[in-house]
Design a protein around this ligand. Structure first.
Ligand code: UD1
Length: 419
């Protein structure tokens, strides 16, 4: 298993280019199942999660060509026969469940092994399944598997008890070819859902309101292949904004959408960071004393849970008391234990973390317990005295394209050790 080694203390400068979004491309690859034609994804992020979902599709006889040089992915689902994907792969990545909606829509059935718990929480899929049932599918769970079948899906009104991103996406995909109209109320509003709807509409679907709390899907007879470039990754952009903030540096970030980053911009500005937007680029200037802030994670457009660990790292370096409240996942403070090994002062009280800024962090061997925790530990390593080793880096590779190369390009003393 690779690890990343950082010698802290270097200021960052220069420019970094953001990749396209992991959370857009995963549902988009799953959605390509809906048509028997070819789909092409341009400028795809070359991430572990993308390789895993591609392998999941390959087990059901999809042909996927990933070109690392052009970042182009060609997906041909014309030969899919099986409706059961390899359980090992499905267990490896929760987002594999995003194929349920397309499978039930195109083939009238699917069978997948149930996800286990994951590091950041139990993460059930009850809302996905309730949605399929409301569309007329017979859903059963047993012996570690979830199965569903339907002769014909029929549009319905579906109210989500919680605006789940994955459930909204799965139901939206399932409803594209259902008879009549489906309305999803209390739908998740994340930009990646709007991006998925754009992809589906290019395939011939009729979806209105994606990106708002009410999504209307008018069923169509069939979908065709299309070409799409996903939106930029707002969490990767937020991570680099935080990298500038924690090192008190000034950098330029290319490939951003200001609207998608509003909550992160608001919180960093409140902490005293200057942010200037120039079209799809931003200049982040944190070369000054920062102030403590309080943050509460919320569904979009609230502050993203996927930026919580990185902000925790930043606030360890800011004098005063900051409080972070995590409302989306029940177990997303595992980075705190690792940050404490670097000298951080964090107390966890239920769903809140009370962070007292310290004068300095010290390099240590720490473990990436999940994707964003790993990114946050790398950020802490950028300012820690001495050497920080972040192990279990495969978590970080799930969602960041060449994070160490991008940080090295900004002047950080960072390298990957192949183990
Ligand atoms: C997606 C993102 C992930 C992000 C999360 C929240 C992808 C591939 N992943 O994950 O990066 O952290 O949104 O912004 O897009 N829940 C239920 N029942 C369900 C579904 C969800 O109780 O059927 C709960 C979950 O346990 C969790 C909360 O709802 O507490 C949010 O989960 P959800 O929005 O579904 O996240 P994902 O789609 O898994």
């Amino acid at each position: 298993m690779d690890k990343i080694v950082i010698k802290g203390g270097k200021k960052l400068c220069g420019e970094v280019n953001i990749s396209t979004a992991k959370n857009s491309i995963l549902p988009i690859i799953a959605a390509s199942i809906l048509s028997g034609d070819k789909c092409i994804i341009e400028d795809a992020p070359m991430l572990e999660d993308v390789f895993v979902i591609s392998d999941v599709l390959r087990t059901i006889r999809t042909k996927i060509d990933i070109d690392n040089n052009t970042n182009r992915i060609l997906i041909d689902t014309s030969n899919i026969k099986d409706c059961e994907a390899s359980s090992d792969l499905v267990k490896k990545m929760r987002a594999s469940f995003l194929i349920m909606g397309s499978m039930i829509a195109r083939f009238g059935k699917f069978r997948l092994s149930l996800p286990g718990g994951c590091n950041i929480g139990t993460r059930p899929i009850d809302l996905h399944l309730k949605g399929f049932s409301a569309l007329g599918a017979e859903v059963s769970v047993g012996h570690g598997y979830v199965e569903a079948q339907a002769k014909k899906l029929i549009g319905n009104k579906i109210y989500l008890d919680f605006p789940s991103v994955g459930a909204t996406e799965n139901i939206m995909m399932a409803a594209t070819t259902a008879e009549g109209e489906t309305i999803i109320e209390n739908a998740a509003e994340e930009p990646e859902i709007e991006d998925l709807a754009k992809f589906l509409n290019c395939m011939g679907a009729n979806i209105i309101g994606a990106g708002t709390g009410t999504i209307r899907i008018i069923g169509v007879n069939e979908l065709k292949g299309t070409t799409h470039k996903p939106i930029y990754d707002r969490i990767e952009a937020g991570t680099f904004m935080t990298a500038a903030a924690i090192t008190r540096s000034k950098i330029k970030i290319n490939g951003i959408n200001e609207g998608h980053l509003k909550p992160v911009i608001a919180k960093l500005t409140e902490a005293g960071v200057s942010i200037e937007i120039e079209g799809s680029s931003m200049i982040v200037d944190a070369d000054k004393e920062l102030k403590p802030i309080d943050i509460k994670t919320m569904p979009y457009p609230g502050f993203p849970t996927d930026m919580q660990s990185q902000m925790s790292g930043l606030l360890c370096s800011v004098h005063g008391t900051s409080i972070i409240t995590e409302t989306i996942f029940e177990n997303r403070f595992m980075h705190a234990t690792e940050m404490k090994r670097m000298g951080a002062n964090i107390k966890i009280d239920g769903r809140s973390a009370v962070i007292e800024g310290v004068n300095k962090l010290t390099g240590a061997e720490v473990r990436a317990t999940d994707l964003r925790a790993g990114a946050a530990l790398i950020l802490c390593g950028l300012i820690a005295e001495g050497e920080t080793e972040v192990t279990d880096i495969y978590h970080v590779d799930r969602g960041y394209v060449n994070i160490e190369k991008k940080l090295h390009g900004l002047g950080a003393d960072i390298e990957r050790l192949k183990m």
